[in-house]
Design a protein around this ligand. Structure first.
Ligand SMILES: C[S@@+](CC[C@H](N)C(=O)[O-])C[C@H]1O[C@@H](n2cnc3c(N)ncnc32)[C@H](O)[C@@H]1O
Length: 353
């Protein structure tokens, strides 16, 4: 049994837990969650080979758990950082995730801790203590400030520290398909959370009517089988960017230059929708924004089939609630306070009744 944990953006951890249960339910046990700064941590015990976890779409990173250290506040806490009985297994798994480093192993230690008055040492001393512990074991490794091939993370919550080895690299969170990036484009992990909230099914006709660079539509394509992926945007450059990001992959799919207030689609022709409409300064005035939400939601209601699902990410709660009121869409889930591009947004999942 291996103990691992994932990090997801604040608010997304609950979807990561569902994603883990959905894809790997029989291999997991003892799932527990916590929050460190702007991240949700989901820790669990894992049976079998952990490599398939690389397909998780809502996580920023996956870590091998090395130790949980209760803190007293005395300098003895620093000595406890020496104990990492699982370190060799963690290093072996890291090799399987990343291959062997081409040259000498370079490592660094990352500390996320808001120091408390009862701690009689500084954050830099925690970092030094862990660096010393690693150097003692592996004198040939080189300590570097960045571009390390091994990262040890030390994260404090209250009177407790979690120590882990990062197994994934930046391609997990940023993906490799995003060649065309746009300001306001969603992080892929949040886009995947939206796609998963529509409960993907093999026969889905999926739509993002305001698709920007296409992140949500591509993440839906990556999340499982589907019949057709459709996206569109009013901005021609966005349409070009979405096409570039799709490339030759994920067929059948259609990307249109259109206005989401007048979709060229028949009634009841879509099974699932996920989108993040403009918010804040992305639109001219508040009244324009309200008008856009009203018309776009009326169209979503029209093209969605009965019982179909729509997931919407926005921080324009009032505009959305007012726009939903006259439709047949009923909110069935409301996830609050997702950390998105430095703002707080909510996800609303609605079903057409
Ligand atoms: C917040 S961005 C979406 C970002 C997208 N999820 C991504 O990851 O790139 C909102 C998008 O809505 C588009 N938009 C605004 N008004 C629209 C309309 N009437 N019809 C279609 N798209 C519209 C904007 O051009 C913009 O690309």
């Amino acid at each position: 049994m291996t103990t691992l944990y994932t990090t997801s953006f604040k608010g997304i951890g609950q979807i990561t837990t569902r994603e883990l249960r959905f894809y790997f339910g029989n291999r997991l046990s003892n799932i527990r969650t916590s929050r460190v700064r702007d991240y949700d941590l989901v820790q669990f015990n894992w049976r079998g080979d952990p490599l398939p976890l690389r397909q998780l779409g809502t996580v920023e990173d996956i870590f091998y758990w090395l130790a949980d250290i209760p803190l007293s506040g005395d300098r003895d806490d620093l000595n406890a950082l020496d104990e990492m009985p699982e370190l060799n297994s963690a290093l072996n798994l890291h090799k399987r995730f990343n291959g062997l480093p081409k040259r000498r192993t370079k490592y660094r230690v990352i500390v996320q801790a808001a120091m408390q008055p009862w701690q009689s040492y500084r954050r830099s001393q925690m970092q030094n203590a862990l660096e010393r512990a690693i150097r003692r074991r592996f004198p040939k490794w080189r300590l570097v400030p960045d571009n390390a091939n091994l990262e040890f993370w030390l994260q404090q919550t209250g009177a407790h520290i979690r120590l882990g080895l990062r197994l994934t690299d930046h391609t997990t969170r940023h993906r490799t398909y995003k060649s065309a990036n746009r300001p306001g484009s969603l992080r892929p992990t949040i886009a995947r959370a939206l796609a998963l909230l529509t409960h993907p099914e093999d026969q889905d006709i999926f739509l993002d009517p305001m698709c920007g660079a296409g992140t949500i539509a591509i993440e839906r394509a990556l999340a499982g089988r589907y019949a057709l992926i459709r996206g569109g945007d009013i901005d021609e450059q966005a349409v070009a960017d979405a096409r570039e990001n799709f490339g030759d992959r994920h067929k059948p799919r259609e990307i249109f230059h259109w206005d989401a207030r007048r979709l060229p689609l028949p009634d009841w022709s879509v099974d699932k929708i996920a989108t993040n409409p403009p918010w804040g300064r992305q639109m001219g005035s508040p009244s324009e924004l309200h008008a856009l939400y009203r018309s776009a939601l009326a169209e979503i209601d029209r093209v969605l089939r009965p019982n179909g699902l729509v997931a919407i990410l926005t921080s324009e709660w009032n505009a959305l609630k007012t726009a939903l009121a006259p439709t047949d869409l009923t909110t069935i889930e409301h996830l609050k306070n997702i950390a998105v591009l430095g703002r707080r947004a909510d996800i609303f999942v609605a079903q057409k009744f």
